[in-house]
Design a protein around this ligand. Structure first.
Ligand code: ADP
Ligand code: ZN
Ligand code: MG
Length: 486
């Protein structure tokens, strides 16, 4: 299936995303069971999250605080009063036969995020952020054999979720990608979710329709589920846009349905026709009081927000004079940004610190298979290393060697430099002595240089570096050699 470019530009896509995030509270939303991931099936359950008759939910205050932080960071207004509602549907991993969610009175509304695609900035509306509980998980075995079995693990039942619904403001798969990436970065900064797609703590459903470019009405949308990476989200949208255009071009109509992304076949296929709100028979949850948010509680949540990645990026370019690209890379993770600032505070020159963190250090960590957050290298030691480099005590090559040692041996730079005898030789007399020796032993190369083949200088530099086991300052070596050779 491939639609020509000409046909493609005739249409415009409209995309809205629904993102579910598991919150990092210790206990579940309506009971005190642990939310810990990966434990034996059904080890974190109680009458409430098993949905036993008569068990009553009690709202976990931390869930609301975390959800408010998320909503505030997304520029939403917090409703002073919101309400839980029952969303009724049958599914084996939903023991009560309904999910406690929020419906017409959500926790927060009317937010926005400003995404960046290429050189363009664009504001994407956020319709709402609401609270709900997660369902359990079904595990299937033996598929597609005849003796297949299904198991249910209710550890996930009652794990707190927020659902973040965007306005249909996105127009391309690249914008959708930028939106979820930014959303994830912000949530990681806040520490409200680990956003791990593989473990299902971040799940994204994509709604997409197409319309003739310039049309004012939206087309009929489909909803794509089962997207377990942001790249798949991007590809699934591209596929779905082409598919819908193909259907319309052939004179067909799009039916409102839920589709699944098949990453092996790189296509979407129909799962079921769309369910509508009335199918869920939403009604207010009678077992919980309306959720009242005091001004004080809201302000507490607001005050606990860290500096968010986009303003931090802007500050990094201004305060430290960093190129935008570097500032963006450093602030993409809070851990990296915090580390950079500590290194700079410890006295390192900012641009050099940024360079070394983003290049040499990132490379060495990757090589040693150590995650940035797990690295033993302390900011103060990193700054010291850069000072040694700045003072020409260490050459770039030596500094890299020391940094490698700092990662694998967990020692500080001074200790490593002393143990390895790694000191850059800057002493002109000492270098001149070595240079004269090499010149005396290599009359052929010396003649060549003196006859004007100045490229031979590089060869001499190499010899001196070799003789000093790489410890001579190459700049000093060059100067000394030029003098001694002339
Ligand atoms: P539904 O009632 O089908 O759940 P909603 O109005 O609640 O639809 O919207 C769900 C998501 O779909 C939102 O993210 C919204 O932005 C998006 N959306 C709504 N209409 C369209 C459309 N015509 N095309 C693409 N996305 C849409
Ligand atoms: Zn429980
Ligand atoms: Mg909806």
């Amino acid at each position: 299936m491939s639609v020509s470019t000409e046909v493609n530009t005739k249409y415009e896509a409209v995309i809205g995303l629904e993102v579910h995030l598991q919150l990092l509270t210790k206990s579940k939303i309506f009971c005190s069971c642990s939310t810990h991931f990966g434990d034996p099936p059904n080890s974190h359950v109680c009458p409430v999250c098993l949905g036993l008759p008569g068990a009553l939910p009690v709202l976990n205050r931390d869930v609301v605080t975390m959800a408010m932080k998320a909503a505030l960071a997304l520029n939403c207004g917090i409703n002073p009063r919101s309400r839980f509602a029952r969303k009724n549907y049958f599914y084996p991993d939903l023991p009560k036969g309904y999910q406690i969610s929020q419906y017409d009175e959500p926790l927060a509304e009317h937010g926005w995020l400003e995404i960046e695609v290429g050189d363009e900035r664009k504001r994407i509306g956020i319709t709402r952020v609401h609270l709900e509980e997660d369902a359990g998980k079904s595990l299937h075995e033996g598929f597609p054999d005849s003796d297949r079995k299904s198991y249910i693990d209710l550890n996930r039942s009652g794990v707190p979720l927020i659902e973040i619904v965007s306005e249909p403001d996105l127009r391309t798969p690249a914008e959708a990608y930028a939106y979820v990436t930014l959303l994830k970065t912000i949530m990681l900064y806040l520490g409200v979710s680990n956003c791990n797609m593989e473990e299902g703590s971040l799940r994204c459903d994509a709604n997409v329709s197409v319309r003739v470019a310039g049309a004012t009405e939206f087309g009929t949308k489909t909803e794509v589920k089962n997207l377990n990476s942001f790249r798949f989200l991007e590809r699934a949208l591209a596929y779905e846009i082409e598919r819908q255009i193909g259907v319309l071009e052939e004179g067909g109509t799009i039916s409102q349905e839920t589709r699944l992304w098949d990453s092996h076949e790189q296509r979407t296929y129909m799962m079921r026709s769309k369910e509508f709100a009335h199918d869920y028979r939403y009604f207010p949850e009678p077992d919980l009081l309306p959720l009242e948010i005091t001004e004080r509680w809201k302000e507490e949540a607001r005050r606990s927000l860290p500096e968010l990645p986009q303003s931090r990026e802007a500050r990094f370019t201004e305060a430290y004079g960093l190129p935008k690209q570097d500032a963006a890379l450093l602030t993409a993770s809070k851990t990296t940004a915090d580390f950079f600032e500590e290194v700079a505070k410890a006295g390192a020159e900012a641009k050099q610190a940024a360079n070394w963190i983003l290049n040499e250090y990132a490379f060495l960590l990757q090589e040693a298979k150590v995650e940035f957050a797990d690295s033993p290298v302390k900011a103060a030691d990193f700054a010291k290393l850069l000072t040694l480099l700045g003072a020409k005590t260490l050459s770039g090559t030596m500094a890299k060697e020391v940094l490698h040692e700092m990662i694998v041996s967990r020692k500080g730079p001074d200790e490593i430099v002393a143990a390895k005898g790694l000191q850059q030789i800057n002493n002109t007399d000492k270098i001149a002595e070595i240079a004269r020796d090499i010149i005396a032993k290599n009359p052929k190369q010396t003649d060549q240089y003196r006859q004007g083949k100045t490229a031979t200088l590089g060869w001499f530099v190499g010899q001196v570096m070799k003789a000093t086991r790489g410890q001579a300052n190459p700049q000093v070596v060059q100067e000394v050699l030029k003098k001694e050779l002339s």
